[in-house]
Ligand binder design. Structure first.
Ligand code: ZN
Length: 212
């Protein structure tokens, strides 16, 4: 997930099907499908995986990570997480923008990630469980979807026990909020939230379709 192949500027590089990152994405996505609202999708058809090479965003991410490192005086935990969105291209190009997030989110005005592909898949058409525009069908198998696989600098994780609607930053001393089933009320699957634009780098853009 490193941005090893350096470019100056922005490039979306299509990866061959045999590329290890494509295989990783395919496996990780297919292994992390669970039931949501009584419905479990059957799988995915990966159309294309594009590596996001964006020198400006990568530098900003590293600066944010360094900032957290100085704050905690040690190594920063980074994890690969999914972010489902119909805006993947603009995020790849311009980065995450927390200013577009709603304060009413369960964990406030932040950028939300998941370790389950099916959870992120719920957000691929303009919001949660929304249908595609063309066929007005939530489980459309025809329309292409996009998902980002991101590198997220978690820092000190605050374990939420309740909803935290309205917050705009993590509690003092923390860099992210994590909600886990069993710890946080009304949570079925883990959620990860950051409140700074550059605390995540959108490393891969996956174009795919679902199989119901
Ligand atoms: Zn459709």
């Amino acid at each position: 997930m490193d941005c090893e192949q350096w470019v100056d500027g922005f490039e979306l590089r299509p990866l061959p099907k045999t590329h290890e990152s494509v295989q990783w994405a395919r496996q990780k996505m297919s292994k992390t499908i669970v039931e949501h609202n009584g419905k479990k999708i059957a799988g995915y058809e990966i159309v294309e995986v594009l590596q996001v090479l964006n020198s400006d965003l990568w530098q900003k991410y590293r600066m944010q990570r360094d900032h957290i490192r100085r704050d905690i005086g040690g190594r920063v935990q980074e994890i690969r997480l999914f972010h489902g969105t119909n805006n993947a291209l603009s995020i790849a190009e311009s980065g995450f923008q927390v200013k577009f997030a709603k304060k009413s989110g369960m964990f406030g005005k932040g950028i939300y990630f998941a370790d389950l592909s099916s959870k992120s898949n719920q957000y691929t058409f303009e919001g949660c469980n929304k249908p595609c525009k063309l066929h007005n069908e939530e489980f459309c198998e025809v329309c292409e979807r996009t998902m980002l696989i991101c590198r997220v600098a978690m820092g000190n994780q605050y374990k939420a026990q309740n909803a935290m609607n309205g917050i705009e930053e993590p509690p003092a001393g923390f860099h992210s909020v994590v909600a886990e089933p069993g710890v946080c009320k009304n949570i079925k699957y883990r959620e990860y939230v950051i409140y700074q634009d550059n605390q995540a780098y959108p490393g891969y853009l996956v174009k795919y379709k679902i199989k119901k």
